[in-house]
Design a protein around this ligand. Structure first.
Ligand code: PLP
Length: 354
């Protein structure tokens, strides 16, 4: 991709790359050498810069810290089989970033800034894109309200930052989840579809309580009647019932996951039946009773697929059958990974090769 504007790069003089053992990565632990920073003031985005990764300096009255105007994206760059680097579905992530920012009344970085910023940053830190199979470079673009004023108001100033860090393949061992009917993650008319900070803070307490009871995550239900399944922790959720892949439909309380969308497309194109429709807690209970549910899994960028082994419904644990390579989640995960690594043709135009 040709760069429209050349983003200046101030190179670090102390690369941290030799401090990192790429064969022993941990998710979220390491950050690469550089970051992109771009400020918004007086209705315009100023000159973006790529600078050595460093702390931000914040006035204590910075609005984002108090009133929650902060939005992020989570995406990945992969080392392809031929050594080139691929940023997966950059445009789809950008579209979601715009929807999240609009909902939070925040300034939106132009698409060229987002795309070129990512490309140039990944190019600058290309040595940080792991070569180990399954590992990748996690990309974290975010915007926060940077104006310093302590009255409640919509910020007039924003900062757009992108940083990156190498992450390992997440070997997702099947998890135990609990249908949550006391707390909710998102409500109709709320911000559930946006990747804004507050959605995560509000989910911690219910998740921590579920952990204490021996579950890894909660299965969120709708904010109205707690009758329908929405998401699994911070992932979208899919079920295989009567050989059909079923996932709840998008709404203002469900995040439009890029992995969800990609896996739906691949599943259809492989000739399986898919349904995007409400899944009630009652339906799950019946499906367990009739043994018609064969798979349940969370889907998201971090792990692609997180298979679920147990679902607690109304205090009773229901177990999924054991999983193996014949399972649909396994087949579609493999397919997605093959496309991202260039092992299979990218007929969908999902790969942006740096
Ligand atoms: C990010 C996220 C997802 C998954 O989205 P991907 O684009 O697939 O990573 C699902 N649910 C929530 C609440 C999320 O924040």
């Amino acid at each position: 991709m040709e760069l429209l504007t050349d983003i200046p790069v101030r190179q670090t003089i102390h690369s941290k790359i030799h401090d990192v053992d790429f064969t022993a990565l941990e998710f979220g632990k390491y950050t690469s050498d550089h970051m992109l920073v771009c400020d918004y003031a007086e209705d315009e985005w100023l000159q973006p810069l790529i600078v050595p990764f460093a702390n931000l300096s914040l006035n204590p009255a910075t609005l984002a810290l108090h009133y929650g105007q902060t939005v992020f994206e989570g995406m990945k760059a992969f080392r392809m089989d031929d050594g080139r680097i691929n940023i997966f579905r950059m445009d789809k992530h950008y579209e979601r970033f715009v929807r999240s920012l609009d909902r939070m009344c925040m300034a939106v970085p132009p698409k060229e800034l987002f795309m070129e910023g990512l490309l140039k940053l990944v190019e600058t830190d290309k040595a940080w894109v792991p070569t180990q199979t399954g590992a990748s470079l996690y990309l974290r673009p975010f915007v926060y309200a940077s104006e310093a004023r302590f009255g409640v108001k919509v910020s007039d100033k924003y900062r757009f930052v992108i940083f990156t860090g190498p992450v390992p393949e997440l070997y997702a061992k099947p998890i135990r989840v609990k249908v949550e009917t006391r707390y909710i993650r998102a409500a109709k008319g709320g911000t559930g579809f946006a990747k804004c900070g507050g959605n995560y803070g509000g989910a911690f307490l219910p998740t921590q309580q579920a952990r204490k009871q021996g579950y890894d995550q909660v299965l969120w239900t709708d904010g109205g009647e707690n009758k329908f399944i929405e998401e699994s922790g911070m992932m979208n959720v899919m079920f295989v019932i009567n050989d059909t892949l079923i996932t709840p439909p998008l709404s203002d309380s469900i995040l439009d996951g890029v992995t969800r969308d990609s896996l739906l497309v691949l599943t259809k194109d492989l000739g399986y039946k898919t349904e995007e429709r409400p899944v009630s807690v009652d339906e799950l209970e019946i499906a367990f009773r009739e043994n018609s549910i064969t798979e349940a899994f969370g889907v998201g960028t971090a792990a692609v697929v997180a298979p679920i082994q147990t679902i607690q419904i109304r205090e009773i644990d229901h177990h999924l059958p054991g999983y193996g390579p014949g399972n649909l989640f396994y087949i579609i995960k493999q397919k997605l990974e093959a496309i991202r690594l260039g092992k299979e043709e990218d007929v969908y135009g999902w790969n942006f090769v740096v």
